[in-house]
Design a binder for this molecule. Structure first.
Ligand code: MN
Length: 198
């Protein structure tokens, strides 16, 4: 599937005359694939977990966000592929539009495909997504280390911290580190600054 096909759903859901979200027209290529976690104050507050795979951002909505505790299993519901440029999008999606509400870049950085590194039975990210078994190493500012994303049903995955040196049951970054890693702003600051622009 090429990038254009993959972003069809994304574009159909949005009116780009009204929202400042990117249309995904630029072909961007990065040396290392990136992940991004966006905090999204929509009708229901959630975190969007996105992994760059083959030119798009594969996406899941994670109501409770990412944990650093391997005992926590966080529900992750797949959503439509997003363009790579979405990775640094922060702002306010206007009322009445799809996903209306404020978006903040909660964490971002490069990631590695851990299954791809296994000798003998390595799997590409594409294969991992098909298998419903993704294992990645995140190098973010707030979260790092191994994470597994496991498909457990139709439209239902679980995001789980792997047991490694970066696991820490004592941290709760969604609560203690709420600000944007790109701009240092809170959701409230983004909302008031963006509405001031109108
Ligand atoms: Mn969202």
């Amino acid at each position: 599937m090429d990038t254009d096909d993959s972003l069809k759903k994304y574009r159909e859901k949005r009116d780009f005359r009204k929202t400042s979200e990117p249309q995904g027209e630029k072909e961007k290529s990065s040396v290392e694939p990136m992940f991004v976690i966006q905090k999204h104050d929509a009708s229901r507050l959630h975190y969007d977990f996105r992994l760059e795979v083959d030119g798009v951002l594969k996406s899941w909505a994670v109501p409770k966000g990412v944990s650093t505790d391997p005992r926590e299993r966080r529900l992750a519901v797949p959503t439509e592929d997003h363009p790579l440029e979405y990775g640094d999008f922060e702002g306010v999606i206007p009322e009445g539009e799809y996903g209306a509400g404020t978006v903040l870049v909660w964490d971002t950085g490069p990631y590695r495909n851990l299954r791809g590194e296994k000798t003998g039975h390595g799997a590409s990210m594409k294969k991992s997504l098909e298998d419903g078994k993704v294992e990645v190493w995140l190098e973010g500012k707030k979260v790092r280390g191994g994470y597994a994303l496991i498909r457990t049903g139709d439209d239902r995955w679980l995001l789980i911290k792997k047991k490694d040196e970066a696991a820490d049951a004592g941290r709760n970054p969604t609560r203690t580190e709420a600000k944007s890693v790109l701009s240092g702003r809170t959701l409230e600051e983004i909302a008031s600054e963006e509405s001031g622009k109108e």
